[in-house]
Design a protein around this ligand. Sequence first.
Ligand SMILES: CC(C)(COP(=O)(O)OP(=O)(O)OC[C@H]1O[C@@H](n2cnc3c(N)ncnc32)[C@H](O)[C@@H]1OP(=O)(O)O)[C@@H](O)C(=O)NCCC(=O)NCCS
Length: 137
Amino acid sequence: MIPKIIEITSEETLNIRHRTMWPNKPINYVKLENDDQGRHFGLFIDGKMVSVISLFVKNKAAQFRKFATLTDYQGKGYGTMLLNRIINIAEDEKLHKIWCNARTDKSDYYAKFGMILTKNRFVKGKIEYVVMKKVLN
Ligand SMILES: CC(C)(COP(=O)(O)OP(=O)(O)OC[C@H]1O[C@@H](n2cnc3c(N)ncnc32)[C@H](O)[C@@H]1OP(=O)(O)O)[C@@H](O)C(=O)NCCC(=O)NCCS
């Protein structure tokens, strides 16, 4: 029952991305144009993948995108494990910062990881976003 985090392909993220984030859109909507340039991670419980996150590094900054935990598995700390892993990877690779386009209603959650709000806000698909970042040492 110990959760395991494994590097996966972008194709393997699609089902959880789709079901959790944009179930009413076609599956292509959750594909990213630069998915092949990212690193993708899945958290597995008893061999079942329940949470995914994707990491994109550019100019010593890491952006994480398409972070999602299957609805039935949310609120159990799995997302926290995955996000902490990503932050550790960024620190190990001596990147300068980690950032994301956060759904505004998730900003308190990201604040728990030391991420701070920036002034950049936007709306996409009727959802409000704010750019959040964490400067790394
Ligand atoms: C955001 C998301 C990925 C978080 O994944 P998760 O697996 O539910 O994350 P966690 O269980 O670690 O944390 C969720 C909550 O459970 C709480 N929690 C419960 N048990 C916990 C535990 N054992 N350890 C840590 N946190 C725990 C956390 O404190 C957190 O509370 P908060 O939302 O009030 O801050 C998930 O909610 C999701 O997929 N949402 C829909 C898609 C989405 O919005 N993605 C993010 C776009 S920015």
